[in-house]
Design a protein around this ligand. Structure first.
Ligand code: KIV
Length: 303
């Protein structure tokens, strides 16, 4: 499988003939291994880990250390995708210096680049990070870290002036050095206009079919997150139902004694059983428990 690079992604504009960019979130080694097997282009270690893994009802609870921890786990799977470390809320809001330090923490955990939410007001932070040779993906539209300001997870850019502001933001983010822009939760025409307006690729989530790539949350794709399905999610699996049925079958087998079976035990033979004072292997062979089931003792019991 081909190793993806930041310059390779930066040059992936569909209007120039590139294939759509495939991005998926992943937060641990097994999911990153699956993503690599599926040959995705980009893995986002997103702050969505807060909601789909850690049980919070917003993304505001995770820290730089949390994202670094999950990034390191993803990197241990040796992914071929470009890995994006998501800068969480309050990690890029205070000062450019602090922002660069936080971005560096994610790079040291293995990320090839970082993502941060917000438009023009984040330009000084973006310029500082890119000056430190850390590539940056921007994130505009519905930015979940702004949930309290937006009054919830609300579609953005429905009015012409808000849509135009988003297009202007995208141009400024490109000028500041971002190499790609995630656009979330906007009408399809806004996704299209932003994509047309800039030379770096756009990666949409709920932004219609005309962006240069698509991103979805891993747990939504495989159907492990089954509590709520936003309109833009397509489920490709039934992982929640499959896992409930696997665990239910396991529980039933343990309770009935069907697990473990003869092929799932380590046998050491009669000699060890005898040395341990057993008459065969397993409780049913214990004459005290079931004398009829026990083989005849080979030695006389001692007093
Ligand atoms: O954290 C995340 O999963 C994201 C995607 C929704 C783009 O930011």
């Amino acid at each position: 499988m081909t190793k993806r690079t930041v310059p390779g992604i930066a040059g992936s504009k569909r209007r120039d003939g590139a294939e759509p960019i495939v991005m998926v979130t992943a937060y641990d080694a097994p999911s990153a291994r699956v993503a690599t097997e599926a040959d995705v282009d980009m893995i986002l270690v997103g702050d969505s880990v807060a909601m789909v893994v850690l049980g919070y009802d917003s993304t505001l609870q995770v820290t730089v250390d949390d994202i670094a921890y999950h990034t390191a786990a993803v990197m241990r799977s040796d992914p071929t995708a470009v890995v994006v470390g998501d800068l969480p809320w309050m990690s890029f809001h205070v000062s450019p210096t602090e922002t660069v330090g936080n971005a560096a923490t994610l790079v040291r955990a293995g990320a090839h680049c970082v993502k941060l939410e917000g438009g023009a007001k984040r330009l000084p932070m973006i310029e500082a990070i890119t000056a430190a040779e850390i590539p940056v993906v921007a994130h505009i539209g519905l930015t979940p870290q702004s949930t309290n300001v937006m009054g919830g997870f609300k579609i953005q850019g429905r009015q012409a002036d808000a849509a135009q502001a988003m297009i202007d933001d995208a141009r400024r983010l490109e000028s500041a050095g971002c190499f790609a822009v995630v656009i979330e939760g906007v009408p399809d025409v806004v996704g299209r206009r932003v994509t047309e307006a800039i030379d770096i690729p756009t990666i949409g989530i709920g932004a219609g079919p005309d962006t240069d790539g698509q991103v979805l949350v891993y747990h939504d794709i495989i159907g492990l997150e089954n509590r709520f399905k936003p309109r833009f999610v397509r489920r490709y699996g039934r992982a929640y139902e499959d896992q409930v049925s696997a665990l239910t079958a396991y529980a039933s087998d343990v309770r009935t004694g069907a697990f473990p079976g003869p092929d799932e035990v380590y046998s050491a033979g009669d000699e060890l059983a005898e040395a341990l004072g057993l008459y065969g292997s397993g409780p049913a062979a214990d004459p005290a428990a079931d004398p009829a089931a026990a083989p005849a003792p080979t030695t006389e019991p001692t007093a």
